[in-house]
Design a binder for this molecule. Sequence first.
Ligand code: ZDP
Length: 280
Amino acid sequence: MNFDFTKWQACGNDFVLVNTFDNIDAEKIAEIIKQSPKICDRHFGVGADGVIFILPSTIADFRMQIINSDGSEAEMCGNGIRCFAKCVYEAGLTTKTKFTVETGAGIIIPEIMPDGTVHVDMGEPVLEADKIPVDGFKNNHVIDEDITVDGKTYKMTCVSMGNPHCIIFVDDIKKIDLEKIGPKFETHSVFPKKTNTEFVEIKNDEYVRMRVWERGAGITWACGTGSCATLVACVLNNKTKRKTQIELDGGILTIEWNKESNHIYMTGPATKVFTATWND
Ligand code: ZDP
């Protein structure tokens, strides 16, 4: 199977982008999805955290579909949508620098800024437990609740940005063995759709350090939706201001939760790495 793609990265969260306007039909998309674990493999493939498809939409300018490196599908991808926006523009599919994208989290609006960063209206965070989804808590919101993982009890706050996130505040992020406990959070029985998990150390009320274990992808160097969910959890737990920088393994994102609109805004980089053809 052959297909052309571009490799992109956003704070070290990296993706294979496939422009389906380039003669890629439904059958080929299905085949690429099937092969995505191999395509994403860092030793036997291209190496990526996910595969992203640029598709037509009937309700927005474009549609984005994201497949994790294990082959599962995610509803949304924050770092991915910044790559998506620049890729769409570079491919000449639009001349607009601000446009609408249909995702599993609704319509998301990226805007390419003059300095090359991408500013994204990520929509509203979802806090209702049944919509995130999280089971087993009597309150409608899951804020600062106990969860026991591997015999240890943590305090967690749960937020959906279209995809599920569980945020854990820690005193010293260096002491977290992400590789060991990440998968145990991901598959914990309270998360019917599994979860992304963010470990967060507060540096001050405008700057936090976060590391992520992603559902379907494991440790990644950054997570855009996870950074948005982290900021929401920080505000709900009175830890930071509504506009804060999130430092990830691969870079820094600026996130704002606007009080009037209730929307989350994310600003950060996205960079093309190379163009190539998959041939297998
Ligand atoms: O929800 C999930 O299954 C995530 N693994 C999707 C990818 C999220 C991402 N890291 C982001 O930046 O939001 C791409």
